[in-house]
Design a protein around this ligand. Structure first.
Ligand SMILES: Cc1cc2nc3c(=O)[nH]c(=O)nc-3n(C[C@H](O)[C@H](O)[C@H](O)COP(=O)(O)OP(=O)(O)OC[C@H]3O[C@@H](n4cnc5c(N)ncnc54)[C@H](O)[C@@H]3O)c2cc1C
Length: 319
């Protein structure tokens, strides 16, 4: 029996969320009185793999994979690893990748699944977790009754902690199926901060009024080393590219700081940003729902607030 974590990497470096998952998995494994194992897919170098030991991983299954992310193949790989280590609990990040693989895996392993878990289990026997429901509008205690269980952890909901372990790396080869999807072309964005990984995100909604008003948002983002994002109507209108839209039907993100300029805070938008550590809302309407979600709020016109914020950041950076 063991707890198994699926870690994510980008350009062969682990994403911050992997350290959060390993820290969380270590605590759950302790509660279950079992071992924590980790699977890493891709050509992550050994020195990077060893870093996982700092957060509590003692056994790492490394599976080389030279292709781009393919959720069917990744499901097959994790299924084999889960069977090999007799995993009782498998944990993913609650992002698009985690949800794509975990849902497939739950069918293959006949495993109960709870997505959007935001705390350590309430109990491990019976196995009860606390999770978001209705796009984060409510919470529920859910009991998973199957022998193998799967959960996805909401990002930024568990503190990264150091739990040093001696690491044992086991290389595995898993034969994957020929894909019926053909990747025709890949274009890699360079010089832009990736929205999914950004620590700070500057986002605009319909309250920005026009695509011509985006320059100050981009200036603020560039000063802060932040990624830019938007609400869905903004991308539907063609003001911003679709890959910037966050929410239920867009990207799920979990930065430390999320600026929402002229965004009302509809449930479907909040579903993608509620794991942000701090939300700062700027809105002319003091009753806008976004203020219920925000830790900091400015009631005011985005066009007037933005230049002042930009100046304040410049002043701070010059000090
Ligand atoms: C099935 C479904 C899925 C959806 N998925 C998503 C999703 O993934 N992401 C998403 O974002 N939406 C999604 N939506 C749409 C969602 O319901 C809202 O319509 C949308 O989030 C509203 O976008 P908004 O806040 O930019 O615009 P609005 O609702 O028009 O709000 C604009 C806000 O700007 C404020 N404002 C106006 N002028 C200014 C100013 N000068 N300065 C500052 N503030 C100002 C207003 O007070 C208002 O609060 C979905 C809807 C459905 C039905």
């Amino acid at each position: 029996m063991s707890v198994l974590i699926y870690t994510e990497n980008w350009d062969n470096q682990f994403k911050k969320l992997s350290f959060e998952l390993v820290s969380y998995g270590y605590s759950v494994a302790k509660m279950m009185n079992t071992d924590l194992k980790v699977v890493s897919i891709g050509n992550v170098p050994e020195d990077q793999l060893m870093i996982l030991g700092k957060y509590g991983a003692s056994h790492i299954y490394q599976v080389d994979d030279n292709q781009d992310f393919n959720d069917r193949n990744y499901t097959k790989i994790i299924e084999e690893v889960a069977k090999k280590c007799n995993a009782e609990l498998i944990i993913f990040a609650n992002n698009n990748k985690g949800k794509a693989i975990s849902s497939r895996l739950s069918v293959r392993l006949n495993a109960a699944i709870a997505t959007g878990v935001s705390k350590l289990p309430i109990s491990v026997n019976p196995f009860v977790v606390y999770k978001k429901v209705f796009s984060g509008k409510a919470f529920a205690d859910v009991e998973l009754k199957s022998q193998t269980k799967i959960i996805t952890l909401a990002q930024n909901s568990f503190e990264i902690s150091e739990n040093p372990q001696t690491v044992n790396i086991e290389k595995l080869t898993v034969s994957t199926e020929a894909s019926n999807i053909k990747l025709e072309n890949t274009e890699k964005q360079t010089g832009k901060i990736l929205l999914n990984d950004a620590e700070i995100v500057v986002s605009g909604g319909r309250g920005m009024k026009s695509p011509d008003n985006w320059a100050p948002l981009e200036e603020l983002a560039s000063l802060l080393g932040a990624a830019t994002a938007c609400s869905r109507p903004v991308s539907d209108e063609g003001w911003r590219p679709h890959e910037e839209h966050t929410g239920q039907t867009g990207k799920i993100i979990a930065p430390n700081l999320y600026f929402a300029f002229g965004i009302s805070g509809a449930t479907q938008h909040i579903a993608g940003v509620s794991s942000s550590k701090y939300i700062v809302a700027i809105n002319t309407d003091k009753d806008a729902p976004i203020f219920e979600q925000a830790q900091y709020g400015i009631v005011g016109d985005a066009q007037k607030v933005l230049p002042q914020l930009i100046q304040a950041v410049k002043d701070m950076q010059q000090k």
